[in-house]
Design a protein around this ligand. Structure first.
Ligand code: PLP
Length: 370
């Protein structure tokens, strides 16, 4: 699905020098790379403050805690996402309330939001899934009317935009993951919370660093150890400089897929909402005979993935949220039909053509046999 070796080959000297600089300094915890990466990534998003943490799951978990989410609270989110979104809510002993997604962009359907709110709702958590920004304006409108904060799960959408503004700057705060395969990926685990609210970011930092106070051995609130690793910060600083170029290269491959797959019967290719620019982490098709297509592509040596095979409300770990089959028809249908094709900046255009050709011929044979 991705070729991280090909990416490393493009930037090896700068990466090697960045890693060497950390080793030479022996500042393995904290150090200048962490603060600089926080400032650089916050500026990239167009937001004033950021706190680096150990991974994207902790970013969500700690951000929810910093908003005061706790037992008895409800957090409204989607089921068509990576499990960490729901997990972060459960880890705060709050209840996830899942809303179905828009059938065009697969992000939270704002038309369904109001009926999901209750007096216990504490926060709204839209997900920019596959890299496509959620429909933030109506979500923020609704949140304003109900006095609720909106936390963006931007783990899949570094550099995505709505009306020229980058994700991370759209809600009250946002969480990012730098899992290696993401648009901006570390060489291990890493995550970050951004916000325009300095006090909120200070609370996240406190929670991520043993609930500390002014002195290293002050323990003001129960916290944890979820610091951004210094080696990862050094790697991420190098890679951030290339993010826009790499996102543009992803877009070129998306356009090539679109052109080759347009009009193929029984296939729905991904689309952007007017005014939105996806970061294109994933190129996710919808196709009825998904499993057969995946098997066919595997036989041709083409890797694909299903994002996601089971919606969160039907995951055993989320049973306490009380979801059942049929609650979220669009999300449930997506789980049966979605298939992500390989997509990364270095993917040769000839490979895009070959993969698309295999998809086309598989569908043509299916239509002929029907
Ligand atoms: C939507 C979403 N949220 C949260 C996460 C969690 O991030 P991490 O794997 O860095 O913990 C991910 C990671 O895949 C994700 O895709």
């Amino acid at each position: 699905m991705v070729d991280l070796r090909a990416q490393y080959a493009r930037i090896a000297p700068s990466i090697d020098a960045a890693i060497a600089s950390v080793i030479e300094s022996t500042r393995f915890i904290g150090g200048e790379h962490c603060g600089l990466f926080e400032a650089e990534f916050a500026a990239y998003c167009g937001v004033a403050h950021a706190c680096g943490v150990a991974n994207g799951t902790d970013a969500l978990t700690l951000a929810l805690r910093a908003y005061g989410v706790g037992p008895g609270d409800e957090v409204v989110t989607v089921a068509n996402t990576f499990v960490a979104t729901g997990e972060a809510i459960l880890l705060n002993r709050a209840r996830p309330v899942f809303v179905d997604v828009d059938p065009q962009t697969y992000t939270l359907d704002p038309a369904l939001l109001e009926r999901a709110l209750s007096p216990r709702t504490r926060l709204i958590l839209p997900v920019h899934v596959y890299g496509h920004p959620a429909d933030m304006e109506p979500i923020l409108d609704m949140a304003r009317r109900h006095g609720l904060p909106v936390l963006e799960d931007a783990a899949q959408a570094h550099g995505a935009e709505v009306a020229g503004r980058r994700v991370g700057s759209l809600g009250h705060a946002a969480c990012f993951s730098f899992y290696p395969g993401k648009n901006l990926g570390a060489y291990g685990d890493a995550g970050l919370v951004v916000s325009g609210d300095a006090d909120f970011i200070a609370r996240v930092r406190q929670l991520a660093n043993h609930g500390g106070g002014a002195d290293k051995y002050d323990n003001v609130v129960p916290g944890t150890n979820s610091r951004l690793d210094t080696l990862q910060a050094a790697v991420l600083r190098v890679k951030l400089r290339h993010l826009d170029e790499w996102n543009q290269e992803r877009r070129q491959r998306v356009e090539a897929y679109d052109e080759a797959l347009g009009g193929v019967p029984g296939l729905v290719t991904p689309r952007e909402r007017a005014g939105a620019r996806s970061a294109w982490l994933l190129y996710t098709l919808r196709v009825r005979d998904r499993d057969a297509l995946q098997t066919h592509l595997r036989a041709q040596g083409i890797a694909t993935a299903v994002h996601y095979p089971r919606p969160l409300h039907l995951q055993p770990a989320m049973a306490s949220a009380g979801g059942k089959a049929g609650d979220l028809p669009v999300s449930e249908q997506l789980c049966r039909e979605v298939l992500s094709l390989p997509l990364y900046p270095e993917l040769p255009l000839a490979a895009v053509a070959r993969i698309a050709g295999e998809v086309r011929s598989f569908r043509a044979a299916a239509v002929a046999g029907a």
